[in-house]
Design a protein around this ligand. Sequence first.
Ligand code: GLV
Ligand code: MN
Ligand code: MN
Length: 424
Amino acid sequence: MSGTSASMTGKASPLGEEIVSRINRLAAISETADNLTRIFLTSEHRAAADLIMGWMGDAGMRAHLDAIGNVCGRYEGQRPGLPCLMLGSHYDTVRDAGKWDGPLGLIAAISCIADLNKRGRRLPFAIEVTGFADEEGVRFASTLLGSRAVAGTFDERALASKDEAGISLREALVQFGLDPDQIGKAARRRGELLAYLELHIEQGPVLESRDLPVGVVTAIAGATRLSARLTGMAGHAGTVPMALRRDALAGSAECISAIEQSCRSGGDGLVGTVGTIHVAPGATNVIPGQAHFTIDIRAPTDTHRNRAVAEIVRQIEAITKRRSLELQLDVTHENRTVPCAHWLKAQVAEAVAAEGYPVFELPSGAGHDGMAMADIADVAMLFVRCRGGLSHHPDEHVEPADVEAGARVLLRLIENFRPRDAAQ
Ligand code: GLV
Ligand code: MN
Ligand code: MN
């Protein structure tokens, strides 16, 4: 057992201190002065990429930006060109975000490599760190665009999708300085990766409730996202009797209640969220003729989620039909539940135990880049406790001692990593 003293005493050592200070520097790069919002392919996103590439260079890595905006760094092994252990997380944020969701895993990985580099330590495999460009899916309807490009599953049709300002993904990539026709080149081959490993804050309250700084992830829950567009008839708020209205917002409100009710009564672990709604024309004295809202549904198993999505679609269709509203309902994102690979999870657990912590397993309800990476590599995740389980919120917080604990486990894991064949 070693390396526990800093986290046990609550004091961060230089590894944790460096990570926390970089998290703070990255968090200062925001579209808004008073909170943290760093959306895919904005100029702040670009400034963040440059900062991260600088840190990769300082850690002895070769760094570049790929064609979707992922920041890619490589630390060679005992000889050049070896297959790699890939580490990573994302550097985009939600709106009014916390500073740890994504950056903690990315920066911790870079700091671990900086530590190896300082000691002149080369391993029998290369290590790559990827800062994924779009995990949150805030700007365009789809999500995991960065990791899907790396996994070779990027759907070219996404290039035509538009953000709220009407800018297409293709145009945004060009504005960022990238060539959308080169996205295929970001794809990696299965044989190039030995595994994909991600450290991330838990984003939920389970570790805190168990008084544990770290946890071993068993699986990443699948998700379905839908977009619903309801069209009725706009009109004068003072003259059209209630019975003669086709109010798209009132219809949406009924749909949203039905979604909430369905998820409340739909069994353990089923969750549904309507996170955005836009109404047109949008005036106090005009009946809303159009409404557009998004739906996010998750459940512990794919069967459970698929059943819930089918039921919700049935209810939305029934409500809109009864209210004579036109409905356009599209699935904008779908990911199956991804189990973490047993052999890799066992190595995460070994490193946790070797650092002196109880091994505790838990599933991830949140989505992660590992969901896309699972198409080309076995994946595993290490969770770090966050205060109150709060995430996607500006008060998201990780104690420095827990940053240290997570980073120490990650470093040990890297140094003791055995590829699948050697591990079995
Ligand atoms: C990403 O944070 C997600 O789970 O939506
Ligand atoms: Mn995240
Ligand atoms: Mn997130």
